[in-house]
Write a protein that binds this ligand. Structure first.
Ligand SMILES: Nc1nc2c(c(=O)[nH]1)N[C@H]1C(S)=C(S)[C@@H](COP(=O)(O)O)O[C@H]1N2
Ligand SMILES: [Mo]
Length: 314
């Protein structure tokens, strides 16, 4: 059950640069600006039925001993702006989302471009991975994902030598995703990784959680999970993956270039321009926890960033 006060959460979208504000204000009434600014407010979620098909996992804690976040919370407290900026309203609005049939087109600078049916992707070796997820807003969860390594998919398409980055794209379908009518953002949602980050053992393409197929609110049928970076990098409901030579511009970089950079590696000592990142609220717990460098995955990822320059924390 999510019990969390709005004062503990800092919505990602609250303020914009003057340029973006003017762009939005030309289209929206002042009333809707106010509404958007309240979008991060949260109310307790009441499960609608006892019949939540029981999630399956034998694991109860992560490698640090932190308990898993409940299935109810993982599936009812979400950031998915294609539906709504209200975290407790995503599950309901995503209820009729069609995640099948689904294809993922993988191309760009590869020798072997392919269009995968989602069932083809189920053929990649699936594993269970328990990861902490730290949202840039200052809340976090521990989630048992099911998925396969992005490295396996990349090996299948054979990146060319000049492929330096990967660009991911979410479905664009405003009829199903009403939030995509919002003029505040440049849809579709885009994210990117450096190729070495994509190849890292931790980088997962998730198709399920708690042993069940992903629900729409968590990014069905397939999403990225990059646990050492802020949650917004873990793009949902992916339809297109391109290997590219230049660093992609993400939706968040375009929306608020002073606030969200390309790397977004978790670091408690580097505040967001509008709030501290030193602590976080673990959903389901009271009080706050200290945020860990690289979200606790330093050992696994530090070789990616040999000189730890400040730019990798923005
Ligand atoms: N396409 C898309 N992917 C997205 C988002 C989004 O709004 N759209 N939100 C991101 C943010 S800010 C977070 S914290 C995580 C939340 O994932 P969850 O709802 O499955 O916990 O998804 C990320 N992926
Ligand atoms: Mo987030």
């Amino acid at each position: 059950m999510v019990k969390i006060r709005s004062s503990e959460i800092t919505p990602e979208h609250l303020y914009y640069s003057r340029r973006d504000f003017l762009k939005g204000a030309g289209i929206l009434t002042s009333g809707s600006i106010l509404l958007a600014a309240c979008g991060g407010r949260t109310t307790p979620v009441i499960p609608t039925s006892e019949d939540e098909t029981q999630p399956q996992t034998n694991i109860t804690v992560d490698e640090l001993g932190d308990p898993l976040t409940s299935y109810i919370d993982v599936t009812n407290f979400n950031n998915f702006y294609e539906f709504t900026v209200d975290k407790t309203g995503v599950a309901d609005l995503a209820g009729n989302f069609r995640s099948s049939p689904w294809q993922v087109e993988v191309g760009g600078l590869v020798h072997n471009p392919k269009v995968y049916d989602i069932d083809d992707l189920r053929g990649f070796m699936h594993e269970e991975r328990i990861y902490r997820m730290r949202c840039v807003e200052g809340w976090s969860m521990v989630i048992p994902w099911n998925g396969f390594r992005l490295a396996s998919l990349l090996a299948d398409v054979e990146p060319m030598a000049d492929a330096k980055y990967i660009r991911f794209e979410t479905l664009y379908d405003p009829d199903q995703m009403p939030g995509q009518n919002s003029a505040w953002y440049t849809w579709p949602y885009i994210e990117g990784l450096r190729i070495e980050e994509a190849m890292n053992n931790l980088t997962l393409m998730a198709t399920g959680l708690y042993g069940k197929d992903l629900l729409a609110q968590n990014g069905a049928p397939i999403r990225l999970v990059v646990p050492w970076k802020y949650g917004f990098k873990s793009i949902k409901s992916i339809v297109k993956i391109d290997l590219v030579a230049e660093q992609p511009t993400s939706l968040w970089m375009a929306a608020a270039p002073n606030e969200y950079g390309f790397y977004a590696n978790v670091n408690p000592e580097v505040p967001h321009p509008r709030w501290s990142q030193a602590t976080e609220r673990r959903i389901g717990e009271s009080g706050r926890r200290e945020t860990l460098l690289f979200n606790g995955y330093t050992e696994e990822v530090s070789s990616l960033y040999p000189n730890q320059s400040p730019s990798i924390f923005f």
